[in-house]
Design a protein around this ligand. Structure first.
Ligand code: FMN
Length: 211
């Protein structure tokens, strides 16, 4: 059964543009993958710690030498990395905060990049998830031709880190100028509808490296 892992990061619930983009994506994905399973990892409901000294000690101790408390430090990280390894496809929906991803998403990255699990000791990516889609909502516009294109750190960062862990097929759908919704100049539905063709295309196309 094909499995889609959806990572949500916005704290804004129904008012979140990235979460509304996800809804459209998941609808289209379900139609294209009857019987497919969607696993939601909502980072607003996941008690994610930043990296701590005990976590690092556990991380750098070989599994067969880890104490029970070291193993406990890594439990959530183990679960998040396993969740990703089990997925056939991944969606990350995120706002842009201060030109980058929200801290909670960076914390998720720090938990899922695990030597020996998602990253080989030789630096080769071990994640076999075949395709990732990044759904980004931002107040500004950072796409080709924008005068602030060079500030598009968030999508470049996510593309890079996903490539590093082994996911070569990464599509980014940019919901730029999302402030029109917050300012009441456009409804949420109208805003997301403009992105619909791209969302529909990406959600339904098979991974580019599929054999
Ligand atoms: C703390 C904060 C920082 C933000 N920084 C940026 C930014 O640097 N660039 C930008 O284009 N939009 C920025 N925004 C706007 C958000 O990206 C925009 O409101 C987006 O719709 C939020 O995603 P969401 O609707 O899924 O919550 C910021 C918003 C907040 C609350």
């Amino acid at each position: 059964m094909t499995q889609l892992l959806v990572v949500e990061t916005s704290p804004r619930g129904d008012a979140s543009i990235s979460r509304n983009m996800t809804r459209r994506f998941v609808q289209a994905w379900r139609t294209a993958h009857p019987g497919g399973k969607v696993i939601e990892r909502d980072l607003m409901e996941t008690n994610l710690e930043f990296v701590t000294a005990p976590w690092l000690t556990a991380y750098f101790t070989p599994p067969d030498q880890q104490t029970p408390s070291m193993k406990e430090s890594l439990l959530l990280s183990d679960a998040l990395a396993t969740e990703l390894l089990n997925a056939d496809e991944l969606v990350i929906a995120t706002p842009v905060y201060n030109y980058n991803v929200p801290a909670v998403l960076k914390a998720w990255v720090d938990h899922i990049v695990r030597k020996g699990m998602t990253l080989g000791f030789d630096g080769t990516g071990l994640v076999t998830t075949k395709k990732a889609t990044v759904l980004i909502a931002s107040g500004g516009v950072y796409t080709e031709g924008s005068p602030i294109q060079d500030r598009d750190i968030a999508s470049q960062y996510l593309r890079l880190i996903l490539n590093v862990i082994g996911i070569a097929d990464v599509a980014v759908i940019a919901g730029g100028n999302a402030k029109v919704v917050d300012m009441g100049k456009q409804s949420m539905d109208e805003f997301v509808k403009d992105l619909e063709p791209e969302i529909q295309r990406v959600a339904t196309e098979p991974p580019r490296n599929a054999s």
